[in-house]
Design a protein around this ligand. Sequence first.
Ligand code: SF4
Ligand code: FES
Length: 197
Amino acid sequence: MSEITLQIDGHEVQAQEGMTVLEAAQHAGIYIPTLCHHEKLEPFGGCRICIVEVEVNGWTKLVVSCVYLAEEGIIVRTRSEKVDRLRKTILELLMAHAPDSPQLQALAEEYGANPDRYEKDASFCIHCGLCVRYCAEVKNKFAVGFVDRGIRKEISFVPKIAAKECPDCKECFPLCPTSYLQAVYVLTQSLVFPEAS
Ligand code: SF4
Ligand code: FES
């Protein structure tokens, strides 16, 4: 794999061809916020909080850094007026669903997001998919999945698999940005396999 050079926030950065902009930044110790990214999982591009500004041949565009591949000579800005404005709006929308998430609260403070901008619809899950994808891609167990679609989409444990696999695993718990996962697990466990408590 060949090495490429790009610029991130004014720093010349080396990366391997095939790395995403997010990976290139992380490799160089430059922080970009993420909510649905995990280094062990396939890129997902769901939450959009990792959006950055990229300049290619004098043209500037906004890209999702966890799925956009780093290229030779591009100029990346992880913070700009546009990037910050977008992140602020994304956070305000997410906080309507999960106002008590410490991770969202910390980001909201950083980007000056107003948690009360949108009417509360506390569904608690922000659909980052980390739990579902981790269980499937890393553990190969499929004990938790999404049911329904659109705004009605929610996670659900598959009782038969969860009863067997989850009590000794729970590796997905710390990944959830809102703690909703733990709440659904406790409910499922108490209803379906209380003997595991
Ligand atoms: S339960 Fe948590 S980890 Fe799972 S999709 Fe929802 S917010 Fe993400
Ligand atoms: S971290 Fe990139 S879209 Fe969620």
